[in-house]
Ligand binder design. Structure first.
Ligand code: ADP
Ligand code: ZN
Length: 606
């Protein structure tokens, strides 16, 4: 098994549970596999497929996913093909012939096609195993229900002896039971791996308004010049605006949302996969269909509606295991909007509870990863050290006076105002609507002038979360003081607020890593082997891009970012050494070794 892993995929060791799952399949037993996105599910059926006689059949719901998988298998010299509605007749004839000749080790197929072929093509083949990818699509309880999946029981009826493995990244208990029942699995072994993704950093910014978001996003992207990422927004309109803003600042960006034609969506996806754009501004619809392993960051322009959505979306970063960053903006406006959606939805209670849990995550003053894992039923016995709370624990101060000013203004307007008016009153801004109502005559008018507008946004969000007031969604979002709030207002209790820290106010004195001198070609690299040379990495990246373009495949399929970093650290100068790098199997060694070794030799010798 280990040898096949190294020869065919280039990896030296298994990730947790992979070995056990593969052994179970080789024993011809059924399996259910739950692993987070990027956990390494594919190898679990691809490797046994290579070790067993015959062809493995992989059912996959999306054509783009199949394409991606087939390309990366072929890039490792493995004979894989896809059978779906994208193929033309000639392709189909060829494919059938190759299948019948037993030349194909792994055949991807759409569920519709599978049902058609069960009595035709598949009957003629020796089938090693069936893998059902994205198996949660079978369940009406899941979020991606696909009716065709419910007919997959036919596999078991026709092939009672062939092992079936069902794989998914999202399945609660009900969905899991549904998968087992509907596929009619026989005493399946269930493998649940940890949902922790330690390579993803977690960061939340509270109460930012548009201008600050823009500045933060630009700084974030400029710090990562060659690294691509996704910005998720709540509305189509917002994706367009954010993309326009980025383009105006010279960033290659595009949009992806359900309002576009399918060809425009395909183009956006292709451009992203092939690194022709750096950023995709998308609604939640984006990402399901791609396995791009080198998405280096994900930003949420708005808060998602649940932790499930959030985790799935950030999960699209860093599948290759290399450090990747995530950033969530969270504002009062989002909360108002999302609460409205939840209230208007058919399932108020559930959706409000989900939103509530998401809000707790965003508000947390303990390690955020603990909250996430806890939500998925795992407990973690240590802080992660890779979230903003761990890196920069919140400090509190006595904010009673600030809270009293705000609550008093709400009280004096008979609780008939929303946050915008409240801030205007506190700041002493003369707005037409404000003077019309005579609010400029209130005692609290201008009482909070010393606190900047954007800080008020933050404090009000904190106050809401501490339960000092509520928002009456059915009364034009007016603010209503709670019992807890009244206690602070009348001086019976203190209010401890979190100190607002803004990144841009910090002096830029962080001990910066010493930069290498710019790459003059021929200059030998001075950094010792074992430490990464960024100059070499950039050169390797460009070589990878050239090789990818020549073959019209995405760069991450040629070599992953992780492998490229290893090359820049270990700098192999012979083909043999090149072959020992993690992620380089026999096929890639032969195919790319010469080019990479040559470049490394040029860059490292005088
Ligand atoms: P999933 O389908 O669970 O989202 P993938 O199967 O696409 O995840 O795997 C994610 C990444 O991890 C891929 O780039 C894959 O090649 C890599 N990977 C999988 N198994 C291993 C392993 N044992 N060692 C190193 N990398 C691995
Ligand atoms: Zn943490």
């Amino acid at each position: 098994m280990l040898q096949t892993l190294k020869n065919c995929f280039g990896y030296d060791s298994f990730r947790p549970l992979q070995r056990e799952i593969i052994e179970n399949i080789l024993d011809k037993k059924d399996s259910v596999v739950l692993m987070p996105t990027g956990g390494g599910k594919s190898i679990c059926y691809q490797l046994p497929a290579l070790m067993m006689q015959g062809t493995a059949i992989v059912v996959s719901p999306l054509i783009s996913l199949m394409k991606d998988q087939v390309e990366s298998l072929q890039a490792n010299g493995i004979s894989a093909r896809a059978l779906n509605s994208n193929n033309d007749d000639t392709e189909n004839v060829m494919l059938r012939r190759e299948c019948l000749q037993g030349k194909i080790k792994i055949l991807y197929i759409s569920p519709e096609r599978l049902l058609i072929e069960l009595n035709f093509l598949l009957k003629e083949l020796q089938i090693s195993l069936f893998a059902i990818d994205e198996a949660h699509c079978i369940s009406q309880w899941g979020h991606d229900f696909r009716p065709e999946y419910t007919q997959l029981k036919a596999i078991r009826e026709q092939f009672p002896q062939t092992p079936i493995v069902a794989l998914t990244a999202t399945a609660d208990k009900i969905t899991r039971q549904d998968i087992i029942k509907q596929l009619d699995l026989k005493n399946p072994k269930t493998f649940i791996s940890s949902f922790d993704r330690p390579n993803l950093s977690l960061d939340v910014r509270r109460g930012y308004q548009q201008k600050e978001k823009t500045r933060t996003i630009l700084e974030f992207i400029f710090k990562r010049p060659n690294e691509c990422g996704i910005i998720y927004c709540m509305s189509r309109d917002k994706t367009e605006k954010v993309a326009d803003m980025l383009i105006r600042h010279g960033v290659k960006a595009t949009v992806y949302h359900a309002g576009l034609s399918s060809s425009a969506r395909d183009k956006a996806q292709e451009d992203f996969i092939n690194d022709r754009v750096q950023v995709v501004c998308a609604t939640i619809a984006f990402g399901m269909g791609i396995d791009k392993s080198n998405v280096r960051w994900v930003i949420h322009y708005n808060m998602p509606k649940s932790i499930e959505s959030f985790y799935q979306e950030i999960g699209r970063a860093g599948r290759d295991g290399v450090k990747s960053d995530t950033l969530l903006f969270y504002s009062l406006g989002d909360l108002v909007m999302l609460s409205k959606f939840a209230l208007d939805s058919g399932q108020q209670t559930v959706n409000l509870e989900k939103l509530n849990r998401m809000q707790q995550y965003a508000e947390s003053d303990i390690c955020r990863r603990r909250i996430l894992l806890n939500y998925f039923g795992e407990t973690m016995d240590h802080d992660c050290g890779n979230c903003d709370v761990c890196k920069n624990p919140p400090e509190r101060f006595d904010g009673t006076i600030i809270v009293q000013k705000a609550l008093s203004a709400i009280m004096r307007t008979n609780q008939q105002i929303g946050t915008r008016m409240l801030i205007a009153i506190l700041r002493g801004n003369y707005m037409e609507e404000l003077t019309e109502k005579g609010y400029d005559q209130l005692k609290t008018f201008g009482a909070g002038r010393d606190v900047p507008q954007r800080d008020w946004q933050d404090y009000l969000l904190q106050m809401l979360n501490m339960g000092y007031f509520e928002i009456a969604y059915n009364e034009s979002n007016h603010l209503k003081i709670t019992t807890a709030g009244a206690k602070v207002l009348y001086g019976q209790e203190k209010a401890m607020l979190v100190v607002i820290k803004r990144e841009d106010e910090k002096p830029q004195s962080k001990s910066k890593k010493k930069k290498e001198s710019p790459a003059l070609f021929q200059t030998p690299i001075s950094i010792p082997i074992g430490e990464e040379s960024e100059t070499l990495f950039e050169e390797l990246r460009m070589l990878r891009k050239r090789l990818a373009d020549q073959q019209a495949i995405p760069a991450y399929i040629v070599l992953s970012d992780k492998t490229l970093h290893q090359l820049a650290i270990q700098r192999p100068t012979t083909l043999e050494e090149f072959g020992t790098i993690n992620g380089i199997g026999e096929y890639k060694k032969e195919k790319y070794g010469k080019d990479f070794v040559e470049l490394i030799n040029q860059m490292t010798s005088k």
